[in-house]
Write a protein that binds this ligand. Structure first.
Ligand code: GCO
Ligand code: MG
Length: 404
């Protein structure tokens, strides 16, 4: 079974998504998500100009060899653009193999080891009352795990708060410059325990509570946050410090037992092997579409399993339904699974991507369609052309650029 075609589809149904579609000479198609939020077109070029031409004529079922061919063959290893492109090829090839053998991908990975994938939803609010209402909405809908974020009193805007009640926090397509937010660590550190106390006082402890710090603290500040949140029994705090400094976690770890999660900006096992093998984190959160696809993410998860670190794949709405379908195939098949982020997708993404996973009682079920279980409608995709958007930036009150 040889690769006959490799095409890149760019579309913006609610937000921008880049999809790689590979077709075999036997007429089987496979999809891979190649979306890199805010830098989408760089991956489009990497694929169209460099990778797609090299795929033609290759054996579609030699997935690991093609992974190595693209990783070692480029000479320039790792990095988000390269690894997102390789991930898209990898997922598309798993999709083809699944369809060609009439098996869902998780069966090719060894089969399901659980009945459903525990997911967390995103609750947020401009005020504590709004946040509490939103948490109630998720619990009422059957979620067993909820991430909470609220606007910090005294700041004009805080990243991660819904604009429109959809659960999504995307940037409006209003020009080439990113939105600028102002950040104040002291105000945040005072507010975070108050927010968690309000959530636990209102809804109790019988669900998992998560929080994302978006890389904004120093190790000492992160340690202080972790300690102050211990009474509220969090499932994790995510991205407490800038993620590229793996040693930073030593200090955080030695001062708090609040579980730590990191990984959404990592793109290879080399970014996290020290964190994992030294047990400095509890959850590794790389995404299937930014960390080299199912083949490479499985290596990261297997390494994590050796050290008792569990998985918590990134699943924000800026990753397409193809990414979520791919993540679920892996989540259901790895023994050390922890949790999967689930934001869902903005309308009209459902016109473009036909998915078969379903939410039931706090879990996502990947379904048993052959392959990844997701298709794209190219005519629908063409109705939603690409719109340039940037992620926001963060400055301190005096104008200094701050960590994201
Ligand atoms: C998350 C992420 C998002 C990111 C986004 C960047 O945990 O869902 O932190 O909030 O900002 O995925 O592209
Ligand atoms: Mg995050």
């Amino acid at each position: 079974m040889k690769i006959d075609k490799a095409e890149v589809i760019v579309t913006s149904p609610g937000r921008n998504y880049v999809t790689l579609r590979i077709t075999s000479d036997t007429g089987v198609t496979g999809l891979g998500d190649a979306t890199l939020n805010g830098r989408e077109l760089s991956v489009v070029s990497y694929l169209r100009d460099h990778v797609c031409p090299q795929l033609i004529g290759k054996d579609a079922s030699r997935i690991t060899d093609l992974w190595e061919y693209l990783y070692k063959g480029a000479y320039w290893r790792r990095g988000p653009v390269t690894m997102t492109a390789i991930a898209a090829v990898d997922c598309a090839l798993w999709d083809i193999l699944g369809k060609a053998t009439e098996r869902p991908v998780h069966e090719l990975l060894g089969g399901a080891v659980r009945d459903g994938v525990l997911v967390y939803g995103h609750a947020s609010g401009r005020t504590l009352d709004d946040l509490l209402r939103d948490v109630g909405h998720y619990l009422g809908a059957g979620y067993r795990a909820v991430r909470v974020q609220a606007a910090i009193p005294g700041l004009d805007s805080t990243y991660g708060i819904h604009h429109d009640g959809t659960g999504h926090t995307y940037e409006p397509a209003d020009g080439r410059y990113p939105t600028e937010n102002v950040w104040d660590t002291a105000a945040y550190l005072r507010f975070a325990p108050e927010m968690m106390a309000a959530v636990r006082e209102t809804y109790g402890y019988d669900f998992h509570l998560l929080h994302d710090v978006h890389h904004r603290l120093t190790p000492r500040e992160a340690a202080k946050l972790g300690k102050s949140l211990e009474p509220f029994d969090l499932f994790w705090i995510e991205d407490a410090t800038p993620a590229e400094d793996q040693r930073a976690f030593e200090l955080v770890r030695s001062h708090t037992v609040t579980p730590l999660a990191v990984g959404e900006i990592f793109n290879s096992i080399w970014d996290c092997h020290e964190l994992i093998s030294r047990r400095l984190v509890d959850y590794i959160r790389c995404s299937v579409s930014h960390a080299g696809g199912i083949t490479h993410l499985r290596r990261i998860f297997d390494l994590a399993a050796l050290y008792g670190v569990r998985t918590g794949s990134h699943g924000a709405g800026d990753l397409s339904p193809v990414s979520l379908a791919s993540a679920l195939q892996l989540d259901i098949a790895v023994p050390n699974f922890g949790i999967q982020e689930y934001m869902g997708h903005l309308s009209p993404a459902e016109e473009v991507f036909m998915t078969h996973y379903r939410f039931e009682d706090g879990y996502l079920k990947p379904g048993d369609r052959p392959g990844l279980g997701v298709e794209i409608d190219e005519d629908a995709a063409a109705r939603y052309p690409y719109e340039p958007r940037s992620l926001p930036i963060n400055r301190l009150r005096d104008g200094t650029m701050h960590d994201w």
